[in-house]
Design a binder for this molecule. Structure first.
Ligand SMILES: Cc1cc2nc3c(=O)[nH]c(=O)nc-3n(C[C@H](O)[C@H](O)[C@H](O)COP(=O)(O)OP(=O)(O)OC[C@H]3O[C@@H](n4cnc5c(N)ncnc54)[C@H](O)[C@@H]3O)c2cc1C
Length: 338
């Protein structure tokens, strides 16, 4: 077990925020994780489990131990006529996992291509894109309880998935380390191209026959054109969730703002496009020092180079306030603030 002190996290968060962890260590097996957590050293400090650092904003140095999850490995656990069950270590890169599935003809995750981060964090906020969420392909996961020192499985219902939510962000926050996730993938694909942009992109690509490969490529093309590459421009994807409001409130907003972009969210609620609300408040392309709002997508806050996490956070506060003042709607952050 190697423990580094006063360790720079700049290369370990996609915002590229230059903060330091008091201590930093990595583990590549449950035994190694147990070894670190059970050491007398560990009891003295708070811990942060780190995956790819693509859904975090560090606003200050981390005064504890950052534990980087590097548990690798992908295996098929069982299969039946319709499904194949694939288990991946929490430290496997998400997009590499998607590519592995596509290479092998396992369908279900193609719409989730190119999402940064690791497999272990995918159930944390039930990652989603282009009409698919992790819950749609989830089978079960294993997680290590930090205080009880036991490994336990979680089924689909036990994860209590919601829109960018799970039990690990609420009731069990900071209690478990997810060590592996099992997915239930299809031998015969059921294509989901209902998300407008995919259909258009496939047509543009001249695709005659659908396959998981071409859908993945369409998603990659759309994402590459729309989202900034975090290796060049620090960001954590969508900074805010799309707010959900009562249908009655939506009707009032629609009268005042006929161009408002929204989607039905069940019988009584409507989901608003947060990016549109932010754009209407004039933030798109805004820059103050090195903290800014991306010029092609207002939902993405960016670090042009040397912004501090506090500067990005303060900008997010200003955005929340202006959206509240103009629309009476409160934006909630999707990114974890530390
Ligand atoms: C350009 C860009 C585009 C993005 N697009 C999308 C998108 O389309 N859809 C979407 O849903 N998200 C998107 N994201 C957000 C992000 O990629 C996902 O939330 C991803 O799952 C985060 O994974 P990570 O490994 O980087 O997690 P981290 O940022 O390292 O961690 C996120 C949280 O999970 C916790 N955590 C991480 N691993 C574990 C573990 N093994 N056990 C317990 N806790 C853990 C951390 O402590 C932290 O609280 C995007 C981000 C970027 C930069």
């Amino acid at each position: 077990m190697q423990i580094r002190e006063n360790f720079s996290l700049k290369a370990f968060n996609t915002f590229g925020i230059d903060v330091r962890a008091k201590y930093f260590s990595a583990f590549s097996s449950v035994d190694e994780l147990e070894g670190i957590l059970n050491s007398p050293f560990s009891h003295l400090h708070s811990q942060l489990i780190l995956g790819g650092g693509s859904n975090l904003l560090f606003t200050k140095d981390f005064d504890g131990t950052v534990l980087k999850n590097e548990i690798k490995g992908i295996e098929i656990t069982h299969q039946d006529n319709d499904f194949i069950y694939v288990k991946a270590g929490a430290g496997v890169n998400w997009h590499e996992f998607v590519l592995y599935c596509i290479r092998n003809g396992y369908a279900g995750v193609e719409n989730l291509s190119l999402i940064p981060g690791n497999v272990g964090a995918s159930p944390m906020q039930n990652i989603g894109a282009y009409g698919v969420e992790v819950k749609d392909v989830f089978h079960q996961l294993e997680a290590y309880h930090i205080n009880e020192k036991t490994l336990r499985p979680f089924s689909l219902s036990e994860c209590e998935f919601g829109y960018r939510e799970s039990v690990f962000k609420r009731k069990y926050k900071n209690q478990f380390v997810i060590t592996s996730v099992s997915f239930r993938l299809r031998n015969t694909p059921v294509f989901n191209t209902s998300y407008g942009a995919i259909q258009q992109k496939l047509e543009k690509m001249g695709v005659k026959e659908l396959s998981i490969q071409v859908i993945s490529q369409a998603v990659i093309n759309i994402r590459s054109a729309k989202l900034p590459d975090w290796k060049e421009l620090g960001n954590a994807g969508s900074f805010f969730k799309n707010p959900q409001i009562q249908n009655s409130q939506f009707q009032q907003l629609k009268e005042k703002f006929p161009g408002i972009i929204a989607f039905p969210a069940g019988e009584h609620h409507t989901k608003l496009a947060a990016g549109w609300l932010i754009e209407q408040c004039g933030w798109k392309g805004y820059r103050n020092g090195d903290a800014g709002c991306y010029s092609k997508q207002a939902l993405v806050l960016v670090n042009y180079g040397t912004a501090t996490g506090k500067e990005v956070f303060d900008l997010s506060e200003e955005i929340i306030l202006s959206v509240k003042n103009k629309f009476g709607v409160t934006l909630e952050r999707e990114v974890n603030i530390l």
